[in-house]
Write a protein that binds this ligand. Structure first.
Ligand code: FDA
Length: 505
């Protein structure tokens, strides 16, 4: 092993030698005054922004493909790991932290979005955030949209690599279901498109997770149509307003929901008085792809118990709804979608589950009891209805396998400290009887290293299968097959990247 400092010097020399074309302007090392701000700008989980967090030897913010090719070539030559970062929202910080000496390729400068309204497609560079994608589409046409995640600062590089779900998933499925071509730079530095990478690799990058098959430079996305008016609502019910029964009834109502309706429940413990009284609050949040009158008649048929009324609902355009669901006040300028920096960064831990049978009321009460063990607002659960289009897409169509039969997904999140870390793991254990089994499924975009991980030194297929089948079910084996073909020496790797069958590390 060459000492890190030498290795990093050699690496820099290699970069400058390989490519003098302005690359020196986008290289940041710890002695550079902008290094910390470039590193921290896209850290979205404060848990991985401490003095003890391992830092990259070098950050490169490429301006073009040649810069990425240079980093890939020089990293291999000088034994450095690569972490690719688009939006930096990885729940476990894997796009900017590694225990091995590493370089970050941060795609913040590669974020052009080109929309072709006539053909209903867009080329999106991986560094573009979802907010930028939504904004650029709406700038060209209010009849077109893209079905992806809710938070506008999420990067399209990582998000779409893991599937990507959001407010239109019951109508249109996942973001990754809409990839029709891509530009990927592989371990050999080749720039591949769908035709040259072949259908196996093209299948794998549509949901098989980031930092595994190469660097995605851009996606070609098929856009979807939206009506001029959509309706949103956010209706809350406390325990005193029958929340337990309503959450229970919601689970049976999902199957009757029209696919134009997205439905999610946020569950948390909230203060109800100055004297410290608390209750459990269930907030029903929905996007309906249509006007309020059709929504009300549909809700009357499928979920009358909620008691939704016209005053609860707001009609707006789809693009306005993206700002609404990002929790900005009404009439905030759409320009906020272009802002890559959220107001504050929290430290959190999250986990996911999938549910196929309604959870009994008594078990819901057990969840409330556990929420009552923490301070108000310290934890939140989200129940996200599946069904609709998600049921129609085969579980082998892309690597994301959570399709027909899934009633809803649970997302557990908690503000991070030692007490809450053990709390969320105990809650997860409590939920075992009520969620999918063999495997207990999880969503890779909500990454959770508790479900298993690779040893960065020497990962066996058997070890990786433990976490791999939770994220991908039997698609895991096909992903391993693709990885073995395209990156047999396992250069692109992290704690939850797909391993090749034979590995020399
Ligand atoms: P980041 O840059 O951290 O990358 C994530 C992973 O992909 C890393 O392993 C990284 O190395 C790799 N990667 C990134 N760019 C790559 C590229 N160009 N080529 C190859 N590999 C690449 N999810 C969801 O489905 N729906 C939602 O509504 C939300 N909402 C949400 C809100 C907030 C506040 C957070 C923190 C996260 C979400 N997510 C989400 C989860 C999100 O989809 C997930 O964290 C994505 O991986 C984030 O993609 P980024 O590019 O931002 O992350």
């Amino acid at each position: 092993w060459v000492a890190s400092a030498d290795r990093h010097e050699d690496f820099l020399q290699c970069l400058l030698y390989q490519n003098s074309n302005a690359i020196s302007k986008v290289i940041y090392t710890p002695i550079n005054s902008s290094y910390s701000s470039v590193l921290e700008f896209s850290i979205r989980n404060g848990r991985f922004n401490t003095s003890a967090t391992p830092k990259p030897l070098v950050i490169v913010t490429p301006l073009n493909e040649a810069h990425i090719q240079a980093v890939i070539a020089c990293s291999q030559k000088h034994g450095l790991q690569i972490r690719v970062r688009s939006g930096g929202h990885d729940y476990e910080g894997l796009s900017y932290v590694s225990v091995l000496p590493f370089v970050i390729i941060d795609l913040i400068n590669m974020r052009t979005v080109t929309v072709d309204v006539g053909n209903k497609i867009a080329w999106v560079q991986a560094g573009a955030t979802l907010g930028e994608v939504y904004y650029r589409i709406a700038e060209k046409s209010r009849a077109l949209a893209f079905p992806a995640g809710v938070c506008p600062t999420v990067g399209s590089g990582g998000h779409i690599s893991g599937g990507g779900h959001g407010m239109m998933m019951r109508k249109y499925g996942l973001a990754a279901d809409h990839i029709i071509d891509a530009k990927l730079i592989d371990v050999k530095g080749r720039i591949l498109d769908r035709a040259s990478m072949g259908e196996d690799l093209f299948w794998a990058i549509r949901g098989g997770g980031g930092n595994t098959f190469g660097v995605v430079v851009a996606w070609k996305l098929e856009l979807v149509t939206v009506p001029p008016t959509v309706t949103v609502f956010n209706v809350t019910r406390t325990l005193e307003q029958n929340a337990t029964k309503l959450v229970h009834q919601w689970q049976s109502a999902i199957g009757k929901f029209d696919e134009d309706l997205f439905s999610r429940i946020f569950l948390s413990r909230v203060n109800t008085s100055q004297e410290g009284k608390t209750t459990i609050l269930a907030a029903y949040t929905s996007l309906f792809l249509g006007g309020v009158d059709r929504l009300l008649s549909m809700m009357q048929q499928s979920f009358p118990q909620l008691g939704l009324v016209k005053d609860d609902c707001i009609e707006m355009s789809w693009i306005e709804s993206t700002v609404y669901f990002a929790s900005f006040p009404r009439n905030t300028s759409l320009d906020v979608l272009l802002d890559r920096s959220p107001g504050s960064t929290i430290s959190f831990k999250a986990k996911t589950d999938f549910v196929t049978e309604p959870i009994p009321e008594i078990a819901l009460e057990g969840i409330w009891e556990r929420l009552n063990q923490l301070d108000a607002q310290a934890a939140q659960l989200q129940f996200t209805a599946y069904g609709g289009k998600m049921d129609e897409i085969s579980e082998t169509s892309i690597p994301f396998p959570h399709r027909a039969g899934i009633l809803f997904q649970i997302h557990y999140a908690v503000d991070w400290d030692q007490k809450t870390a053990s709390w969320i793991r105990k809650l997860y254990s409590y939920m075992t009887p009520y969620v999918t089994k063999n495997p207990r499924q999880a969503y890779i975009d909500y990454r959770d290293l508790d479900v298993g991980m690779n040893n960065l030194g020497n990962t066996s297929y058997k070890q990786a299968r433990v976490w791999g089948t939770k994220y991908f079910k039997n698609n895991f084996d096909r992903l391993v097959h693709v990885k073995t073909k395209v990156d047999p020496a396992n250069f692109f790797r992290n704690e939850q990247s797909i391993p090749p069958l034979i590995t020399s590390w």
